[in-house]
Design a protein around this ligand. Structure first.
Ligand code: HEC
Length: 716
């Protein structure tokens, strides 16, 4: 309704200027931008598919990226495809970018930035820009930002260095020693591409400064220091005098994507925590702009306002998704707001221009740390209602069976558990909830611009954290071997052991690796992960080389070796560092320790701050068979909402793709995907037909897939 009112007012004011009231282009008719449009609405005004006919949907076409044929274990696609001029652009699990006919799925071109090397990583979206006949696709792979001709897939030679720009450059650090990537797409403002980054979460990671590149040339036009430098506002929130610690400040990066208010020229940038993520003894203070929602002048990068959602973060509570820009009604007046969901299950809502909170936010006391100076208070929005639980109390222990209940109850007695923001404890394992994986995740929220309702999926899993102290050897001699050993101790020893013997059968030995593996194979395992081994996609080439040199017991081959990401500069002394490991706590059958629901879909009315409806999202069929009501499952990838009255969402562990009634939360349609659809869908028109598409890349404990599956209504 509000949208309609606004449009009319707009027409009248234009009419007064005697220009006439022209049909405004509806920004919600296309899906040319990640999550639908620059406001991250994930909304479509298409209605061909609607509540009445959604149950007739059938598969229109399936595109396979070919990654599975290559028989590489890497899987998982998080891409939200874009559709421009009847062409759909997406990426594969190896980050091969492709263009297909949006109506048929026929392949038009593919581009492999890794030239056949089996390199994985996360690639959530692709950016489109055009001016006249100049049509470009921009995306990141590895540390590179690429520009391709959108029609041919050929690199744009005039962009950067023959079609690409190294994102390690221009941060004021040695580009050889850092690893800056982007897992989510940047955003276009005029002829600028504004980019965030994923910089690693270890000690001494790169800083997450925001940069704008000229779309035509690849030149860096502006930079905003998310970690303020001496003399800049916010520098005083890093209260250390230690030059080494100051130089090693990292993180506060935007890995989740951003949103843009085109008319106002303001870009809204949600930031992650400072590094190291779980210990801040070397970074006392509030640590601006970590965990802040940042409003910047999109043309210049100038600071307009910010709001820090976690002070001195010790929990990796990164802002996990681009914020939603919409208009709500307060005191019968329309207000343009920016709404930011969080891992804690909160929604922070601000006036888009001033940054004033729309609903009250309280600073509440939080538990002290036995390890360092934790910040004594943290912000809690009084409204909107949280979309997930954020305390795991005895009352919340799983009740799916008496055995599960007793098992978990017995366990949690031993843990420190003082609620949200309990610091990790050196003397006692600690309940970590909603944990680093979060209630809100990178799929983020969709909003309906007509009603001011926000739709968001939540996951509710409990972790336990353990504090370890590790000793890092002095590296005054700066050899790759010594560096490699230090990185190994920090990142690999938890599983493969300090002696490298592993813990078979779960974690293999990595001794004598050189007898069975090539350097490249090991580098690929580190970069992409394998089976239960996590990927380390942000590790730099030098770091990987160093670890391999150590693992292969090789002679030092690289003469000069400098400050490496992941290891604090040691000044010739050995140093004790704190590391925190986490694990999920589960019942004996592997289900979460908390009472269901473990996954939900929520509709939050941002006009009132009330939750309008909440339903479980996903099922475990074997629990349904036992007569347990739907529990929901954790989910990855966000919802989309349409004027046809539907909320579409995949993302669950049961491989289902579902449509809900946006007014009531009633499930009206579901279908089984060929593999888990851990991605946000898109919807679009092509040749007079509405399609809904979702990437089904599997992984996360389900079988791998390399599918983009598209649905439409049958012909007649
Ligand atoms: C969370 C536990 C975990 C961590 C941390 C971890 N790994 Fe692994 N790693 C595994 C598991 C499990 C496998 C076996 C994977 C499989 O084949 O299914 C593995 C396999 C490997 C292999 C292949 C071994 C072989 O026999 O082919 C190498 C090499 C390796 N890891 C190196 C590393 C390095 C280097 C690091 C640190 C950067 C690291 N791992 C961190 C769990 C881990």
């Amino acid at each position: 309704m509000k949208g309609t009112i606004k449009k009319i007012t707009f027409c009248i004011s234009i009419a007064l200027l005697a220009i006439g009231c022209q049909e405004q282009e509806d920004p919600y008719l296309t899906w040319q931008v990640y999550k639908g449009d620059a406001s991250s609405s994930s909304y479509s005004s298409l209605t061909q598919i609607n509540k009445e006919n959604v149950n007739q949907l059938e598969v229109a076409w399936i595109y396979r990226t070919g990654d599975i044929e290559e028989n590489f274990p890497r899987t998982g696609i998080e891409t939200n495809p874009i559709i421009v001029n009847d062409i759909l652009y997406g990426a594969s699990a190896y980050i091969k970018v492709f263009a297909v006919d949006a109506a048929t799925g026929e392949e038009l071109w593919t581009f492999d930035p890794h030239e056949g090397a089996r390199v994985g990583g996360v690639q959530r979206g692709i950016v489109y820009w055009e001016e006249g006949d100049d049509k470009r696709i921009l995306f990141s792979a590895g540390t590179w930002l690429y520009a391709l001709n959108a029609e041919t897939g050929e690199p744009i030679t005039g962009f950067g260095n023959r079609g690409r720009v190294n994102m390690n450059e221009g941060l004021g650090r040695d580009p050889e020693t850092i690893s800056v990537r982007a897992t989510s797409p940047g955003i276009i403002y005029r002829d600028l591409l504004i980019m965030g980054s994923a910089v690693g979460e270890a000690y001494a990671s790169a800083p997450g400064h925001i940069r704008a590149y000229n779309v035509r040339t690849g030149e860096m036009v502006w930079i905003f220091h998310t970690i303020p430098e001496p003399g800049e506002p916010g520098f005083e929130t890093w209260e250390t005098q230690d030059e080494v610690a100051l130089g090693n400040r990292g993180g506060a990066n935007n890995w989740a994507g951003m949103s843009l208010d085109k008319e106002r020229g303001i870009v809204y940038v949600p930031l992650g925590s400072a590094t190291y993520d779980f210990y801040g003894g070397d970074r006392p203070g509030k640590n601006l702009y970590a965990n802040a929602l940042l409003a910047l002048d999109a043309g210049t990068g100038d600071h307009i306002w910010h709001y820090q959602t976690v002070y001195h973060d010790l929990w990796d509570y990164d802002l996990p998704a681009p914020p939603n820009l919409l208009t709500v009604e307060r005191d019968n007046e329309p207000v343009d707001v920016v709404a930011q969901i969080t891992k804690q299950g909160f929604t922070f809502v601000f006036d888009r221009e001033t940054g004033e909170p729309i609903f009250p936010i309280e600073e509440r006391s939080v538990p002290p740390s036995n390890l360092e100076e934790a910040w004594p208070v943290q912000p809690f929005p009084v409204k909107p209602e949280p979309f997930a639980r954020y305390n795991f109390t005895v009352d919340e222990v799983t009740d799916i069976s008496p055995e599960a209940h007793d098992f978990v109850l017995n366990k949690i007695d031993a843990y420190r558990n003082e609620g949200l923001f309990t610091p990790h404890d050196p003397d006692q394992e600690t309940i970590f909830f909603p944990s680093t994986s979060g209630a809100g995740r990178w799929g983020g929220a969709a909003h309906d611009p007509e009603s001011g309702i926000l739709f968001v999926n939540a996951s509710e899993l409990v972790q336990v954290s353990t504090v370890h102290r590790a000793e890092i050897q002095p590296t005054a001699n700066n050899t790759p071997y010594a560096r490699g050993q230090n990185i190994y101790v920090q990142h690999c020893a938890t599983c493969h052991g300090l002696d490298r013997n592993g813990q078979p059968p779960l974690f293999p030995s990595v001794n004598n690796l050189e007898e069975t593996s090539s350097r490249q194979e090991v580098a690929s395992v580190i970069e992409s992960g394998r089976g239960m081994m996590p990927a380390f996609p942000t590790m730099s080439e030098q770091e990987k080389n160093a670890i391999i040199t150590y693992l292969f017991e090789e002679e030092e081959t690289i003469a000069e070796f400098q400050n490496i990401q992941g290891v604090p500069e040691l000044n010739g002394e050995s140093r004790h560092i704190v590391r925190v490991t986490r694990r999920y706590i589960q019942d004996p059958d592997g289900y979460p320790a908390i009472k269901p629901p473990w996954g939900t879909l929520n509709a939050i009315d941002l006009n009132t701050g009330e939750i309008k409806w909440k339903v479980p999202l996903g099922t475990y069929p074997e629990l349904i068979e036992k007569g347990i009501p739907p529990t929901g499952t954790p989910s990855m990838g966000g919802p989309i909402v349409t004027a046809g009255g539907l909320v579409f969402i995949g993302g669950t562990e049961d491989k289902q793709f579902r449509a809900f009634d946006k007014d009531t939360g009633e499930l009206i349609w579901q279908t089984t995907l060929p593999a888990g659809g851990f991605a946000t869908p898109s919807t679009y028109m092509s040749g007079g037909k509405q399609y809904v598409v979702i990437a089904a890349g599997g992984g996360r404990g389900t079988e791998p897939g390399d599918y983009y599956v598209t649905y439409s209504l049958p012909n007649d």
